[in-house]
Design a protein around this ligand. Structure first.
Ligand code: BJW
Length: 228
């Protein structure tokens, strides 16, 4: 059975990574659509760099939780029958042991050069505008996908959705496209669809089944069912 799992901020919430749109979310008091844009970066690159530098540094203090570990166990059992597509820019899936992960909204531990478009693994701060390892300019920015930019790996994701038997969405509000449209696409193409979330997402009605609860409980329980 081919399974595509889409994850959002909710899967990392219990690791201590803030979500975006919940009451105590990352951009509380701001509309995410106003701040997560290339225009916001051009207006005030120093503030944006510092914001992502702080989030990159904060990764050192968080650990994968039982939901990330359960998905890694599922991959160990089914191999390339499972693809995890994450909107998250943290690296908790990989640290739990998942290897088949696509980061459609980029990664904190990567830098993107606005000049040569090179992408480079990156652990340090970008706020002091270091030179690009590829072209030497000081145009490195966080390698994340802001509103109006095209998400990564869409071709591979669409291909996987086309052949999926089961699509599972975990901890995402369904507020951001194209990810929010994956459930309809997968369902139209014949997949069963399952939502695991703390509360119903905006697209909840599109799923065949919805299970509510914290990811650290619902995800391991679902994985145990898959492995039984
Ligand atoms: C738990 C839990 C627990 C909590 N257990 N669960 C009008 C209509 C339709 C579309 C558009 C439109 N106008 C513009 C668009 C397109 C636009 C868009 O979607 N805008 C919306 C505002 C409508 N999209 C884009 O611009 C995208 N690009 C694009 O469309 O390109 C064009 C194109 C597409 C396809 C082909 C060719 C061209 C780009 C979107 C980029 C999003 N970037 C961000 C920032 C990334 C960097 C960063 O991290 O700072 O990505 S925004 C932010 O939202 C981030 C997230 O990945 C994304 C989704 O958030 P997520 O993960 O769902 O988090 P929350 O906080 O919203 O929800 C948390 C959930 O967890 C909740 O449901 C809780 O219940 C749950 N939860 N605790 C289980 N313990």
């Amino acid at each position: 059975m081919k399974v595509v799992v889409l994850t959002g901020a909710g899967i990392s919430a219990e690791s201590g990574v803030p979500t975006f749109r919940d009451a105590d979310g990352l951009w509380e008091g701001h509309r995410v659509e106003d701040v997560a844009t290339p225009e916001a970066y051009v207006r005030d690159p120093v503030t944006v760099q510092r914001f992502y530098d702080a989030r990159r540094a904060a990764l050192a203090a968080v650990e994968p939780n039982p939901a990330h570990h359960a998905l890694a166990r599922l991959e160990q059992a089914v191999g390339d029958q499972l693809l995890v597509v994450t909107q998250n820019i943290d690296d908790l899936h990989e640290r739990a042991g998942s290897t088949r992960v696509l980061h459609m909204h980029g990664e904190l531990r990567s830098a993107l050069c606005r000049s040569c478009r090179g992408r480079f693994p990156w652990e340090e701060d970008l706020g002091d505008f270091p030179p690009c390892p590829g072209c030497g300019t000081t145009e490195l920015r966080p390698d994340v996908v802001w509103f109006g930019e095209v998400p990564y790996d869409l071709e591979r994701i669409v291909g996987a959705l086309e052949s999926a038997d089961l699509f599972v969405s975990i901890g995402t509000s369904g507020a951001v496209y194209p990810a929010a449209g994956f459930v309809r696409g997968a369902r139209d193409l014949g997949a069963q669809t399952l939502e695991l979330n703390l509360e119903p997402s905006q697209g909840s009605a599109w799923f065949h089944e919805s299970r509510l609860g914290p990811a650290t409980e619902t995800v391991p329980a679902w994985v145990e069912e898959m492995l039984a």
